[in-house]
Design a protein around this ligand. Structure first.
Ligand SMILES: [Zn+2]
Ligand SMILES: [Zn+2]
Length: 331
C-alpha cells in the first residue's frame, strides 16, 4: 500500500515547473484519468498541493498491490513462479544496468538498438519512463539528503522515501532539462510519455501465455489468471519494493567506506536483492563507474551482466573503478 505520511517540510525547487503546456479540454477529472495513460496531459495543480500525494493519480499504484491478493483465487505452480522470478531478474537488470548505470550515469556506451530494447524492458517495470527515472535520479545525486532531495529518509522518513515522494504532483513531471542527452531520442520520449503502455502489453502477453499453456501443456497446472497475477502483479510489486529500498534503506543501514556528503551506506543484503545497487556509499562517492561493488567480494550481479554484454559486443566502454578511488576507501 502507498503511504499516508504527509509532508509539510519544504522540498525546495528541485524540479523546475513544466514548460507552458496547453491545458487539455475536458473536466479536471477526465484529464486526470487520461494522465494514467498519457503523462503529457496537463492539469492545473493547486500550488499548495504540489508536495502532497495525488490520490487519484495514485490509484493504479494502489491497485497494482491489491491485485496481488488474486493469488488466493488463481493458485500457484512452478511455471508461474519461474516466470515471476525470471521477470524479476531480467527487469531488475534492466533497471540497474540501464535505467541507473546507463541512462542516469552514462557509465558505458551502447547502440541505439540496445538502448531501446533495455528502455523497453525498463518501462515494463512500472517505474515510469527512462527520462523520468534518470532525471529524478540525477537530481538525487546532486542534492542527496538535502531538502532538495525528494526521497531522503533522514529528512522525510521511511515511508515517504520508499513510496510517497513520487506520488506528488511536483515529482510526477519529467524535467527534461536534466536529461537533454536522452530527450533527443524520440523513441525514448514516446516511452516516457505513454509509460503505462508497455506494462499493459506485458500483462496481456502473460495472460495469453497462461491461456496457451493451459491448453497445450495442462500438466503445468497454470492458467491465464495465474500467469497474470504471479508473472505481472506479484513480480512487479516485489521488483518495485526491492528497487526503492535503495532510496529508503541504503541511506540508513549499512557501512560507510567513504565520507560522502550524504547518508549513503554499503549494505550486502540490499546489494544481493538489487543486483549490486546496495553498494550505495561506493556509488555516491564515485557514480561514474559502471561497477558498484568495488572489492572482489562485493557481489555486483549487474556488473557481471554488463561484462558479459561487453564480451558479446553489445555494450562498450565500461568504466572501471579508478585506483585512487579504491585507495581512498577505509576498508
Ligand atoms: Zn542515493
Ligand atoms: Zn546513481
Amino acid at each position: 500500500m502507498a503511504p499516508t505520511e504527509p509532508t509539510l517540510m519544504p522540498r525546495g525547487d528541485a524540479i523546475a515547473p513544466p514548460a507552458a503546456e496547453a491545458v487539455a479540454p475536458g473536466s479536471w477529472l477526465l484529464r486526470t484519468l487520461r494522465r494514467w495513460f498519457d503523462t503529457g496531459v496537463a492539469v492545473e495543480i493547486d500550488a499548495a498541493r504540489e508536495d502532497h500525494i495525488d490520490w487519484l493519480r495514485a490509484v493504479p499504484f494502489v491497485a497494482l498491490h491489491l491485485a496481488c491478493i488474486g493469488v488466493l483465487w488463481v493458485g500457484v505452480s512452478p511455471s508461474a513462479l519461474g516466470v515471476a522470478g525470471a521477470l524479476y531478474a531480467v527487469r531488475m537488470f534492466a533497471l540497474t544496468g540501464f535505467y541507473h548505470r546507463y541512462f542516469s550515469h552514462r557509465s558505458f556506451r551502447t547502440s541505439r538498438g540496445v538502448q531501446f530494447v533495455f528502455a523497453l524492458i525498463g518501462a515494463s517495470c512500472v517505474q515510469r519512463g527512462p527520462l523520468w527515472w534518470a532525471a529524478h535520479h540525477r537530481n538525487h545525486h546532486r542534492h542527496a539528503d538535502t531538502t532538495r532531495d525528494p526521497h531522503s529518509p533522514g529528512l522525510y522518513g521511511f515511508l515517504w522515501s520508499h513510496a510517497g515522494w513520487f506520488l506528488t504532483p511536483r515529482n510526477f513531471r519529467t524535467d527534461l532539462s536534466r536529461v537533454p542527452d536522452l530527450a533527443k531520442f524520440p523513441e525514448l520520449r514516446v516511452l516516457d510519455r505513454y509509460d503505462t503502455l508497455v506494462p499493459v502489453l506485458l500483462a496481456l502477453a502473460l495472460y495469453a501465455l497462461g491461456v496457451l499453456l493451459q491448453h497445450v501443456a495442462p500438466g503445468l497446472g497454470t492458467s491465464g489468471g495465474q500467469m497474470l497475477i504471479w508473472g505481472f502483479f506479484v513480480s512487479t510489486v516485489v521488483l518495485f519494493h526491492a528497487t526503492v529500498t535503495i532510496n529508503s534503506l541504503a541511506h540508513r543501514y549499512g557501512m560507510r567506506r567513504y565520507d560522502t556528503h550524504d547518508d549513503s551506506r554499503n549494505n550486502v543484503w540490499l546489494a544481493l536483492l538489487t543486483f549490486g545497487e546496495g553498494w550505495h556509499n561506493n556509488h555516491h562517492f564515485f557514480p561514474g563507474s559502471s561497477r558498484q561493488g568495488f572489492r572482489w567480494w562485493e557481489i555486483d550481479i549487474t556488473w557481471y551482466g554488463l561484462k558479459l554484454m561487453a564480451m558479446l559486443g553489445l555494450v562498450q566502454g565500461l568504466k572501471p573503478v579508478p585506483a585512487w578511488v579504491l585507495s581512498k576507501g577505509r576498508n
